[in-house]
Design a protein around this ligand. Structure first.
Ligand code: NAD
Ligand code: ZN
Length: 349
């Protein structure tokens, strides 16, 4: 089977950090022997894309095409590629490739590889119609999935799912999802429910409250209305959340979560407000035996599990579909914390 591949394609290209973002006609990329060419049908828009555009990761950023939640169809195979065929559904996630030789790759913890290459940061990402990506790291997607909805699983979903596993929270325990109305938060609520956890969503505004409740949150705290978020969490949970999953973009909210985690509980750091740090009272952390852990996307296996849970119908991706040229407007809404769920680009528009 072969699929006709055009010479040029549409892409959203940003002209330097914080510069203009334009729809352009650019060449379809060539592939290396280890790569597949994926015709991206849909791509989620992650807050990390916005941070990349704002130069949050500085010199690590080598591309002018963002995006790392791509879902599409394989249209070409590199000469060394095995395990893929033309027409397969493929997911293009944040990790493009790793060295496969270092200590971390050998332990199947490739997110820590010092030679990691990231789609939409180190290499051209998924805000274009065709992406060349490493065949080994691309995610196999079942042919039954809705490509518009599976894109966000490839970063937001797997990151939320891995963060919950990292927290070691057990069924019937309370988990606070801080940033529950956004892309990662909307999925974190549902992965948490699929694991039998009780969820308090924390975010701001009526729309986010409604969304969090609809997606299964047992309780919701509106940080714009609450007089004391920590007191509210401790009251609802009768002593503090067993785990806090920080997927907000607020340094203050992340800081605050340490104060309402239950004794012996775990604070998981996922959200990446630029240049932020947390300041922890050591006496409190020691006497409460608090664990604070960072959690970075997920491995190939975390991704396979997150896709499987989605494909079995346990996760509903609350998406709003827009055309490629809408990316700058979506960034604006994101900056204002106005996005509920995930915006997804339809690359044909
Ligand atoms: P998003 O913009 O969709 O969601 C962020 C949410 O945080 C919004 O709903 C916003 O209203 C909420 N928020 C803001 N201030 C808050 C406060 N004080 N209390 C509670 N909620 C508050 O963003 P997203 O795409 O879900 O990404 C979230 C963060 O996770 C970003 O910083 C992103 O860069 C980061 N991220 C990290 C990883 C990782 O591997 N660690 C992976 C993906 C994304
Ligand atoms: Zn992301």
């Amino acid at each position: 089977m072969s699929i006709e591949i055009p010479k040029t394609q549409k892409a959203i290209v940003f002209e330097g950090f914080n510069g203009p973002i334009n729809l352009q006609e650019i060449p379809v990329p060539e592939i290396q022997p280890n790569e597949i060419l994926v015709n991206i049908k849909y791509s989620g828009i992650c807050h990390s894309d916005l941070s990349t555009y704002h130069a949050a990761w500085g010199s690590l950023t080598k591309t002018k095409i963002l995006g790392h939640e791509g879902a599409g169809v394989v249209v070409k195979l590199g000469s060394n590629v095995t395990g893929w065929k033309i027409g397969d559904y493929a997911g293009v996630k944040l990790i493009d490739s790793t060295c496969s030789q270092c200590e971390h790759c050998q332990q199947a913890n490739e997110v820590l590889c010092p030679k990691i290459s990231l789609n939409g940061i180190s290499t051209d990402g998924t805000f274009q119609q065709y992406v060349a990506t490493d065949a080994f790291n691309a995610a196999h997607l079942p042919s039954s999935v809705d490509l518009s909805k599976v894109g966000p699983i490839l970063c937001a979903g797997v990151t939320a799912y891995k963060g919950l596993k990292t927290s070691n929270a057990k069924p019937n325990e309370w988990v606070a999802i801080v940033g529950a109305g956004g892309g990662l938060g909307s999925l974190a609520i549902q992965y948490a429910k699929s694991m039998g956890l009780r969820v308090i969503g924390i975010d701001g505004g009526e729309d986010k409250a409604k969304s969090a409740k609809n997606l299964g949150a047992d309780e919701f705290i509106d940080f714009t209305k609450s007089e004391d978020v920590a007191k509210d969490v401790i009251e609802i949970t009768n002593g503090g959340a067993h785990a806090c999953i920080n997927v907000s973009t607020s340094e203050k909210a992340i800081q605050q979560s340490v104060s309402y985690v239950r004794p012996n509980g775990t604070v998981v750091l996922i959200g990446l407000p630029p240049n932020a740090s947390i300041n922890v009272n050591i006496l409190m952390a020691v006497l409460k035996q608090v664990t604070i852990k960072g959690s970075y996307v997920g491995t190939r296996w975390d991704t396979t599990e997150a896709i499987d849970i989605f494909a079995r119908g346990l996760i509903n991706c609350p998406i709003t579909v827009v055309g490629l040229s809408e990316v700058p407007n979506v960034f604006k809404l994101m900056e204002e914390n106005k996005i509920v769920g995930r915006y997804v680009v339809d690359t044909s528009k």
